[in-house]
Design a protein around this ligand. Sequence first.
Ligand SMILES: N[C@@H](CCC(=O)N[C@@H](CS)C(=O)NCC(=O)O)C(=O)O
Length: 232
Amino acid sequence: MAKSYHLIGSYTCPWVQRAVIAMRAKEVPFEVTYVDLRDKPDWLLEISPHGKVPVLKVDDEVLFESNAIAEYLDETVPPRLHPEDPIKRARNRAWTDFVPGFSSALGKVIYAKSKEEAEEGRAAASRALSLLEEALAKERGNDGPYFNGDTLSLVDAGYAPFLQRFGIAEAVLRTGLLDGFPLVRAWSDALMQNGYVINSTAPNFAQEYESNLQRRETYLWSLIEANRAAAQ
Ligand SMILES: N[C@@H](CCC(=O)N[C@@H](CS)C(=O)NCC(=O)O)C(=O)O
């Protein structure tokens, strides 16, 4: 019998989005429940060991951690989103291991609380982007547009949510950070046009993400507000 998949997420979580991209790419039908992480329901705390999302219920089994969820899906549902070649697969996994470091480096710019903090964050973001640029130039061994060539991989699923948030920020902050990294820019552009990625956010993502930026009192939010006021 076909398994049932029930994803527990929050509206703006990039790690949840990574799991959604993997499920969309595998065309797995799934139910999704979004929770408010500022008021976590008891049932989430009962099933999620760290009290975090995503959680994926597969029939009655509970999986947590977005990478573990993506790997489980890849082992059980075709098509494979990891390369068949074990060396390439190991390298892909190594690059997915870098996603949290990448996320925190870009976060220093996206979620900075002041202009100065955003400028200080540039160095870390630039370092992280240069590592990826090098990976795309040397290790990828193909012309893209995705990490493994013309089909989406779990590396793409891992990075897309963070590249998306960086793109949203960049439209306002205009740091020009991507100018030095043309391969990352082209990769990001391809991912943002991919249907699985486009369909991976909650319907109210834009609004919820802005509320998130506002709640975190980010410099980015202050610019968004100022731009809106100037346009009126
Ligand atoms: N390493 C985890 C990170 C998940 C994570 O940080 N989720 C956040 C939302 S984006 C969360 O649930 N935060 C609630 C909390 O920390 O209490 C994964 O990849 O699944």
